[in-house]
Structure formats: structure tokens, C-alpha cells
Design a protein around this ligand. Sequence first.
Ligand SMILES: [Zn+2]
Length: 749
Amino acid sequence: MLRIRRIYDDIVPVNREILRQVKAILQSRFSEVPAEEIDLIGEKLRNPFKQRFRSILFVAENLRRRVLGFAMLLHEPQIGFCFLDWIASVKGKAGGGIGGALYDRLRREAVALEAKGLFFECLPDDFEACPDEALLKENRARLRFYERYGARPIINTRYESAVKPEDRCMPHLVYDGLDLIKAPTCSFARKVVRALLERKYADYCSPAYVTKVIHSFRDDPVQLRPLRYVKPEAVRATVTSQSDEQIVVVINDRHDIHHVHERGYVESPVRIRSITAALMPHGLFVEVKPRKFPDKHLYTVHDADFVNYLRRACREVDEKKSLYPYIFPIRNKTRPPHEPSVLAGYYCIDTFTPINRNAYPAARRGVDCALTAARELLEGRRITYALVRPPGHHAERRSFGGFCYFNNNAIAAQYLTAYGRVAVLDIDYHHGNGQQDIFYRRSDVLTVSIHGHPDFAYPYFSGFKEECGEGEGEGFNLNLPLAEAVDGAAYRRALEKALRRIADFKADFLVVALGLDPAKGDPTGTWSLNAKDFEANGRLIGGLGLPVLVVQEGGYRTRSLGTNALHFFKGLSFAAQRWAESRKVAHERLQGIQLRYEMQPEVPGRIRHLVEITGFFSEEEIDMAEELAQERLARAAASGYEFVMAEQYGRLVGYACYGPIPCTAGSYDLYWIAVHPDVQGKGLGQRLLQETERLIRDAGGSRIYVDTSQRLQYASTRAFYENAGYRLDAVLKEFYAPGDNKVIYCKSL
Ligand SMILES: [Zn+2]
């Protein structure tokens, strides 16, 4: 069986392994691709706008996770097109339908991205252009394949003209109109070609070549080659459906053994049944059976004596009998009582959560479900759902209560911390005291809870906004207690606040403790959220773009549980898709930045540290950065070096260094701009550049020059200057090293 899957990042281990296989296929199939570029794939996925194309990777894998093929799609959101960078299958697998499945998938993706066309290059299928018989045969097969989708080479342009005299067999630029068979307009095609040649082939094409090719696009619309291999009626241009990814659901298959028959015990088996009845017929979900995980995971968040007590007490209590705590020995914690019923109060926070024969095995299985769902995230799923009961978010490190025994979400969060930073967002009506207690002194797990104020809502003793973490964990717990009457709009305002905190935390994974008890009519709550509100909440959360593990907590109005859960997931999945499609570098405003201009004795060392930490410069360059600052310190303006330094809360986070070029009338060199990795992508580089330009203008300067390398690694540097209005003035071939050209940008002020 073949599965096409999108790979979002190289953070989770399974994706790292997938990427390793992709790179191996690339190396074996495209021997001319430089190793440097192959190594960049992971970085491109994590930091998709680095080269002003968003890279989207799809793999075709079998059930044993062997990659049989892959495709890399580049998306250009401003101009609005996609470019198929690579599509390949493992050797010996060509023609097994892998290429077709991948191509279908990325056409759907391109449509979902609202791209106005899918472009790619194909080697020529004419004997004059490609005299190699074997290659010619291959090229013909390829173009025949694409013709079935209506995709054909653009003709009557000089796109195929040689860059270097020795170039042979230059590729066609092929256009797939996706839903439309119509050819693109001339101006659109020119923009596309400029973007491709200037960004993707910057190393290869001279500015003169680029201009020549662009100006050769004169037909409007551009001409597509007539179909050569396929009859017009055989072309299937329409794209069937948009991209969607299923949500994995792990259901506690032993939940119903835990059935407390006492009146008013609303935490009952029908809860799960009403949710599954609404979810499972929907194609959005796929069920995965829970796997067994060892007890050690319990001990990572719960005290061993508490776990052992629960296990033993449940085993020892009479069948069909429930033991309720009624004495709470809060004073002398070091001396646990012996009488079992009294001991229950030693570990429990309330009088309505019983010890009984089946509580332990049901809760233990719930833990397996939460861990299975977490595991699925590590295997590359984007949204997983542990549909469990009993719930868990009231279970603390050493106590149970509120219908909860083990803290499922905290155990799963702890499990994920081995792979990245985790935020737990509790959206149950009741405060998530359990995970708050468990992670209270830690900064690697952020806990956030939106709930009814403890003045009137369970658990009454925690959930106040002053509780914000302790020690290392200070600032890593956020409580948002709300009033007794809350509607959807008021709830969303709190949720947005919670999500901003989570975004600031830069989580790698999000665990959502999903309570459906904020719903209108819930017997344990006072709020009035309806299905549309749950959908809106899901959308807001999905907008974070994180891999999400949802763990079921409370929610007791069985009539609306299913529809509210379904709406929540619809919103979550929709927003997660949109996010993946429109991902942009966030331009958050930087707070607390101050610019300084005076060189102080401690600054050269701080500049050295800053330049080093960017990881972008060589040892010699780092030395040079410090030397320039020393020079300025020693000789002031006579050094010819001017500095602009940006500090944030006293820390040097960026700087620019520039100076007049001797013997010129008003020309300046910009020697250096560096920004601390913590604040990159937030516009500080731009601000430093603008400030530098202002200072130069004020000093009577009229032109600024910047040197950089033409190597691929510097594509983002070049893009930075291009976006700021700098234009390419000269290319000095092989300046830095063989194959490493120097490019000079200039801006007139
Ligand atoms: Zn609740």
C-alpha cells in the first residue's frame, strides 16, 4: 500500500529518517545536485521562507515507512504560482504509479494554495535538442505523462537558450494550468520566469541572461505547444479535491468497565459513545488502536506511592463497591493513615471520585491511549485525539479527584518533552490543576488554563491568575479564570490571549486538554458555548500551526457532546490546513529595542559573541567583526567605521557597521549587519538597515554598496537586500573561491 504524506519539518524522529531517505534518493537520481543544496532540505522545511519560496515536501511511502518516491513543490505566494522542483522515485520503482500519485497530490495542493499555475522544467523531446537516444526516450515519456494533465511546454521564447556556450539539452519550461487549460498571460509568465531565474538559478544565470529571457516572452497569452502525444479528449485537467489530512482517534476500549452507578455521577460511558457516534462516520477521522506502554510513564509525572496506592486500593476494594474518601488528613502529611477508606482521603482532593475495582484498569488504559496518540504525532501526524475516560486533568502529582485518576495529558506532554517544547492548553470548564501542579516548577512545559473562576467553580482551591509558576517555572503557568456567565465571544478573547502566550513560548507541540463542559446546558458548568463556538475555538487553536494532541477531559451534556466535538475538530483541521497553506514568517513587533551609536570598551567582545552565535560567519569573519569594533574604539571617526547597535533589555541583539569609501564623492560601504538568532525574522535587520541609510543620508552620502556571496547559502541575505530596494550592480566571478562569486548590490539614496 502506498501512502502520500506531507512532511512538515525535521523535528520528529520519524521525519528525520524520512528526510534521510529522500536525500538518498536525490543523490542517486540527480547526481548533479550539489551536496550543499541537498543538506538544506531540512532547513527549508523548518524555515520555509528562507529563499522566498515555501518548500513543500511530499513523500510516497509504504506501510513500513520506506520512502518510494518524493516530490518537492515550491510555492511563491506573492506572484501566486507553484514550481515543481523535484519529483523522483527510488531506482527500479519508476512506472509503479508512484509518480502519478505524487503528481496528483501536488496538483491538489497547488489548487488549495490558489496557485495560478504549476510550472516545472522538462528536458527536450526533440532529436535536435537532445541527440542522446536513451535520454530522448525518457524525456518523451515524461512529457507524454504530463500531457495527460494538459501540461505542455511554453514555446516561442528563449527560455531554452544556453547560458554557457557549452550548454546542451536545455529544459523546456512546462506549464500546468491545473483547473484551467488556458495559457498564462505574458506579464504573469514574465514574473514567474524572473522569480525562477533570479532566485532559484541565481548562481547560474547572469543578469543579462535573465533580461534576455524575460524579454523573449512576447506572446500574450504565451503559447503552449500543441498536444503531441495525447488526444485532447484524453486530457484530464480538473483537480478532484483539495488536500486534507485525517485526524487520528485513539479510543479507550476499556473505558466502559469503569461505570459508577451512583446517582449524579455524570462521568459515564455514554459520553464516549455519543462522541464516537458523531465523529467516526465522518471521513475526517481514522481510528488507531491503543498500544501498551510501560508503567514508567506514570512515574514520570506521578509519585510512585500514589500510583501504587491506586493500583492496590482498586484491586482490594470489594467488587461492585465504591470507596469514597471522607477524611482528609491534610495536617500530618508525613504519616499516612492505615485504614484504607481514610487513606483514600490522603490521596484524593474531593468526596465524589471513588476507588473501585475497575477505576485503575480503565484509567491505566486511558494513559496508553494518550501515549499512543502522542506517539502518532511523533510519527508525522498533525492532529491526534485521545478519546478517553476517565478524564485526567484534575489528577496532580500525588492526588486524584474530579473523576480523574491519572493525568493523561500531563503524561503525554512529558513524553513529548523528549522531542521539543510542549505547551498544554486546558480548555475544560474546570481549572487544570493537575498539570499545573505537575509542571509548576518547569520552564520546558508551558501550562495554560481557561476556566470558571475558582470562587465559584471546582476545584475551588486553584486556578487563580496569581498562580504563575515557581522557581525555574516562574512565568510558565498562565491561568485565565473567567466569570460565571461567558458566551462564545468572551471566551474567544481569553483564548486569543492564551494562544499569544503559547506562540511566544515557541512550542514544538501543543497538547489540548479538551473539555466540552463550557457548552450551553452542561450540568457541571455555567457557560453558553454552542457548536459554532467550538468550531471557532478549534480554528483559533489550529491557527498556531503546531502538531496538536487533543486529550478528552470533561463535558457531560450527552446530547450535545458529539456535535460540539465534531465542530471543534472541523475548525481545528480547517485552520491547520490553512496554516500549512499560507504559512508566513511572523513579523512580530520587537519590544524594548534601543539603538546606540557610541562604541564602548565592552562592545567589541559583545559583537564577537553576537556574530559567533548567528552561526553564519567563518572564524576569520568573526575576528574581523571584532577588529572593526576595536578599530572604532581606538580611533573613533578616523577609523572610517561607524556603528549602529541594537540592545534589547540591555543585551546586544544586533548591529550594523558601515563607513565612507575613501576617494569617492558620497559612496558608502555597508560592512556588516548581524542579528541575534533569538530575534531574527522580526524586522530588526530591516530597522538597522533603515537607520544606517538615514545616517548615511544625513552625512551627505548618496550611494550604499553591499558585497555578498552568490552561493545558495546566501540566498536569504540577497533577498533581504533586494527587498530593501538594493539592486544587483556587479558579479565578480570566482571572487571568494572557485565557484563562489561575489555580488555587489547598490542603493541610491
Ligand atoms: Zn470539567
